[in-house]
Design a protein around this ligand. Structure first.
Ligand code: SAM
Length: 266
C-alpha cells in the first residue's frame, strides 16, 4: 500500500512518538470492558495500543482512505468504524458511561468540544490532545485574557486537568505549535446547575463577544441595575472577571423571571 499523504484540511498530524503514545494510553488506563470511542484514529497510532487493552473499540473517522486502511488492519468484531464527521456524530448513541479519546484535528477542536459538551451526561471521561493554547484556555481561571467562552462553557460541565505537554516533533508532519493532553471529567449533577443551559450559553456568548466592555453594556438586554444589585455583582465588571458560578446565577435569575433563550422563543 502506498504511504498515506497527510491531508491538511482534515487536520492530519500523525503521532509518531512511541513514548508519547504510551504516556497517553497510560493516562487513559483502558480496561477490557470499557465503552470507548476514539475520534480521528488516522493511521492507528493510538487505536492499536488501545485495542490491545480493550474488547472492542469505536472510532469516528472522516477520511475514506484512512478508513480503508483501518478495515484492512483490524477485524470488524473488535473495531467498529463510524464513517463520517465527528461534529455530526451522536456520541450519546454509544451508550452510557462512554469514554472519549482522540488526538483531535486542531482545525475543528473548538466546535468539537462544544458538540461533545452537549453529550456530557452519558460520558465517564474524555482525554484529548489539543493545541497547548486551546488547553490553556479550557483550564484558565477567571481574571486573565485566556479565560473566555470556552473556559466558562466547558468548566460548567467538566472538571479539567492539563496532563502534559507534547512537542511538535512527536508528530508527522510536525505542527507549528506545541500540544497538550487534557483530561475532562463531567461534574456531578448536583453542582452548578443552570435551569436553562441554552440561556446560559447565550449570556456567556454575549458577555464575551465584547470582552473589554462592561457587563452593564454587553448584557443590557438581559439585566437591569436592580438585577445586578440583587445578584451582588458590580455591573462595571468585565466578562473575564466573573466566575463560572456567577454566570450560572445570572442565567438562573433570568430563568426564574420567566426569560427564555432566544432559540426557544423563535
Ligand atoms: N489519531 C491519529 C494519531 O494520533 O496519529 C490521527 C490524529 S490527526 C491529528 C486527526 C484525525 O482526525 C485524522 O485521522 C483526520 O482524518 C480525522 N478527522 C479530521 N476531521 C474529522 C472529522 N470532522 N470527523 C472525524 N474525523 C476527523
Amino acid at each position: 500500500m502506498k504511504p498515506h499523504v497527510a491531508r491538511k484540511r482534515f487536520g492530519q498530524n500523525f503521532l509518531v512518538s512511541p513514548g508519547i503514545v504510551a504516556k497517553i494510553v497510560e493516562a487513559i488506563r483502558p480496561q477490557a470492558g470499557d465503552t470507548l470511542v476514539e475520534i480521528g484514529p488516522g493511521l492507528g497510532a493510538l487505536t492499536e495500543p488501545l485495542l490491545a487493552r480493550l474488547d472492542r473499540l469505536h472510532v469516528v473517522e472522516i477520511d475514506r482512505d484512512l478508513i480503508d486502511r483501518l478495515r484492512g488492519r483490524f477485524p470488524p468484531e473488535r473495531l467498529t468504524i463510524h464513517e463520517g464527521d465527528a461534529l455530526k456524530f451522536d456520541f450519546s448513541a454509544l451508550g452510557p458511561d462512554l469514554r472519549v479519546v482522540g488526538n483531535l484535528p486542531y482545525n475543528i477542536s473548538t466546535p468539537l468540544l462544544f458538540h461533545l459538551a452537549a453529550c456530557a451526561g452519558g460520558v465517564r471521561d474524555m482525554h484529548f490532545m489539543l493545541q497547548r493554547e486551546v488547553v490553556e484556555r479550557m483550564v484558565a481561571a477567571p481574571g486573565g485574557s485566556e479565560f473566555g467562552r470556552l473556559s466558562v462553557m466547558l468548566q460548567y460541565r467538566f472538571e479539567m486537568e492539563r496532563l502534559f505537554l507534547v512537542p511538535p516533533g512527536a508528530f508527522n508532519p510536525a505542527p507549528k505549535v506545541e500540544s497538550a493532553v487534557v483530561r475532562m471529567i463531567p461534574r456531578p449533577c448536583a453542582t452548578l446547575v443552570a435551569t436553562d443551559e441554552t440561556l446560559l450559553g447565550e449570556i456567556v456568548k454575549s458577555a464575551f463577544a465584547q470582552r473589554r466592555k462592561m457587563l452593564r453594556n454587553t448584557l443590557r438586554e438581559y439585566l437591569s441595575e436592580e438585577d445586578w444589585a440583587a445578584l451582588g455583582i458590580a455591573p462595571t465588571r468585565r466578562a473575564e472577571e466573573l466566575a463560572v458560578g456567577d454566570y450560572v446565577r445570572i442565567a438562573n435569575r433570568l430563568a426564574e423571571a420567566g426569560i427564555t433563550s432566544s432559540s426557544s422563543r423563535s
